[in-house]
Each structure stands twice: as C-alpha cells, then as structure tokens.
Design a protein around this ligand. Sequence first.
Ligand SMILES: *[C@@H]1O[C@H](CO)[C@@H](O)[C@H](O)[C@H]1NC(C)=O
Ligand SMILES: *[C@@H]1O[C@H](CO)[C@@H](O)[C@H](O)[C@H]1NC(C)=O
Ligand SMILES: *[C@@H]1O[C@H](CO)[C@@H](O)[C@H](O)[C@H]1NC(C)=O
Length: 454
Amino acid sequence: MFVSSWNNHHHHHIRPVYCTLVVLVLFLILLTAVVPPLATLSASFFPATSLSYARPSIWTVGRAVEWRPCNWWAPPASDGRPVLPPPRSNGFIRVDCFGGLNQMRRDLCDGIGIARLLNATLVLPKFEVAAYWNESSGFADVFDVDYFVRQTEGYVEVAKELPEEIASREPFRVDCSKRKGLFDYVESVLPALLEHRYISITPAISQRRDRYPLYAKAALCQACYNGLRLNKALESKAMELLNAIPKPFLSLHLRFEPDMVAYSQCQYFGLSPMSLKAIEAVRGDRKPWTGDAARDWRNRGKCPLTPNETAFILQSLGIPTDTTIYLAAGDGLMEIEGLTSVYTNVHRKASLLKNEDFIQMHGNTKAALDYYVSVNSDAYIATYFGNMDKIVAAMRTLARKYKTLLLSRRAFAEYTAKGMEGEELAEAMWKAHKEDFVMGRGSALPDCFCDFRL
Ligand SMILES: *[C@@H]1O[C@H](CO)[C@@H](O)[C@H](O)[C@H]1NC(C)=O
Ligand SMILES: *[C@@H]1O[C@H](CO)[C@@H](O)[C@H](O)[C@H]1NC(C)=O
Ligand SMILES: *[C@@H]1O[C@H](CO)[C@@H](O)[C@H](O)[C@H]1NC(C)=O
C-alpha cells in the first residue's frame, strides 16, 4: 500500500538509488509514528478481531465542560439553603415503586420532589414485588433508613413511623405512572391528598419539574443524591466485592440481556441459537423491526450494543486490551465471548464472591452490588443510558470521578450504516467520543446538576 501510493505520486525521473533511500527513510518515519512501541505489543494485541493501532486512552483527553451539583441544593452552599417545609403538613405520602432497583430509585426521587411540592410528609417508600425480579425486596432491605431520615432533614419532612391516625389503614392510591405529557401535581394530586390525608403515588414518567419551586427541586436532589446509601449489611458485602477486584479497574455496564434485546425490537444477525432462544422466550408481542424500518431504528441509536461491538469501541477509545474490567451485568448477559475474546481480564460477581453469598441475595441486592462497585470504580463505561447509568453517572459526578463515559450507539450505527469498518470506523468512533467527553455531552445530567466551564 505504501509503495504503490509512492508510485502514484512521484515522477520517474528521480534516480532509483535516491528513490530507494527516500522510501526507506519515509518508511522508518512512518513506522515510528504509526506502530506503538514494541513493549506494548503482546500476543493478545493482534487477534484477528483486534485493531492494530493504539490510540491514546480517552481519559487523557482534557475536558472543557463538566457537570457539578448545582449550588442551590448542594451543601454546604449556605446561600442556597432551601426553604424549610411549612410546619403544617398537607398530609402523608407514600411512594410506591416498581421495577428494577434503579427504576424504583428514580421513582422514589421523583416522589420526594412531589411530596415537598405538595407540602406533604413522606412516609418510607414501598419497594414493590416486581415481576422482573420475581421477589420482594423492601426499601430497608437495600437502603439505610436512619441515614435517609437524617440527610433529608430541613429539605422534606420524613416520618419513619406512621402516626396513629393513619397507621391502621392503607393509603388512598393515586397512580400517575401511566400519565404522559404535561402533568401538574398540585392540580391533580393535591385535592386527593387534602381529602384522604394519606395517599400513595407512583410518579408519572414525564414531569414538569422545571415548574417546581426551587425548594421542591432541592428536596429531590438532596434526598436522591445525598440521602441514599446502602444499608450496613449490603454495603459490607459490596465492599468485599470491591476489595476482591484487582486495581485499577474499569466497571463496564454491558446491557445485552434477553429482556433488553427483546424490548429494543432490534434486528441482530449472527447471534448464537442459545441467545435467540432466550430472546424469543421473553419477546411477547414486541416483534423486531425488519427491512428499512430496522435500519432507521438502528440509525436512531435505539439498538443495544453487543459485547462484540462494545469490545471494538473500547479498543477505538484506546482502552488497552489487558485492562482489568468488572462486568456490571445480570446473569443473563449474552454473547459474552465477543468481549472476553478481546478483553481477557474480565471479572464478574460470580467469579469473585463465594456461592453462599448469593443464596440470600435477590435481583435487587445483586443490582445494588453492581451499583456500589460502579460508583467506586476508577472508570465507568456504559453501553446504554438507562436508569442505573444515570444514577451511577450522577454519583460519580458528586465524587468528582470524571472517568465516566456512555458509549454512543447512534454514532456506531450511523458510521457502520455508511459502510465504515476497521481502522476508519475506529477513528470515527474515537473522534465522536472525544468530542462528547470534552464537552461533557453524552452523560448530561439534568435537574440537580449544572454544567461548569473549566
Ligand atoms: C465481531 O463479530 C464479527 C462477526 O462475527 C467479527 O467479524 C468481528 O471480528 C468481531 N469483532 C470483535 C471485536 O470481536
Ligand atoms: C407549600 O408551602 C409554601 C410555603 O412554604 C407555599 O408557598 C406553597 O404555596 C405551599 N404549597 C402547597 C401546595 O400547599
Ligand atoms: C417466581 O418465584 C416462585 C417461587 O420462588 C417460582 O415458583 C416461580 O416459578 C417464579 N416465577 C417466575 C416467572 O420466574
């Protein structure tokens, strides 16, 4: 390739010896510029699937913008001291949460904001038996109740025990979870609260938090990001896991589980029969898109990255293939060889903890372990921007851990749709993520966080 491009661009009147010399010198210059130092070449560097050109690590890129907690809520901002709740409460609110751990946490956070908006007293939330996990796991099973009460003091009224007047009855249920679009809680929920004095709510998916007074937003932010920590038993188990992982390490949240793939309605080629069977088992009536619709869907960044694609992108980002990786993923993760054939130093919960550790553990408590390790890892990369990723990214931001990155499914889909592959694709992926990383995009944190120009 090198010689032929030389031939194309130069004229025949140059004398052959001179020519050879120039070729040699140029070749040497190119060799030192393009090929990484010999010391970094190892056998694992050149598997058939591997890229041969090492870019600098994405983490060495300087940031121009980063996210920080906004001054109006984060202690010890004395000027931003939130307005204390009025002494007379409008009633009691219990937040009922469903789904996986991080979805429940998201709903809890929203519910806290709503309780403060309505000048209500919060009772401890109910973490429901969830179909997805097939288990029951209450709030206190995961989080430290006393800490929560202490940390929310002055932001929102919390009652650890139900007062006598309501203790004997179930709350009046106000389910907002199916409500979409603009939704005004003062208009729609306050009347029920005033009438029944004790209600339970499940927050709506999209809300108008921008309309909240600052004191309600501050309550949400403080409770959600400074008020929740794992209870003692779970934290010590999580710490044991963290200690067992060789340092430094990257926590990789790889979401390629059957439910996720079925839900995405994406088309994949070349999956193993076992994976296909697992996906079909949970597919339900969500049939995958086909043809043009499937392509458009993919180009909009809707399709979860496979372990194989993830391995490619990590390499494009200059993450060395001998990096210690903790795989924050459920037991159902599929096609994992696509990652482990390239990244050979991958650890999972099941390989680090003893079997007995899991007997008492449910989906929610296992998810809590992944959460804890991911917040405390040296670097965090997510292949999807789901509930866990949003919360982990926020908690890492609070701890000023800047090595946090969400991979761009959209960029990957767009470039591959254009027919890019190999080195060209890797270069394009590097540039896309570099821009996101420099400008603090991609991991944009709403509501409680403000962007800060460095
Ligand atoms: C991903 O899978 C494709 C098709 O099986 C293969 O050609 C490619 O080399 C794999 N890439 C990586 C990084 O494993
Ligand atoms: C809540 O209390 C504040 C004063 O702290 C008041 O301005 C606001 O109107 C009250 N909201 C409701 C819904 O009662
Ligand atoms: C849920 O758990 C129960 C008891 O452990 C079990 O009998 C049942 O088959 C499980 N259901 C599903 C859908 O996994």
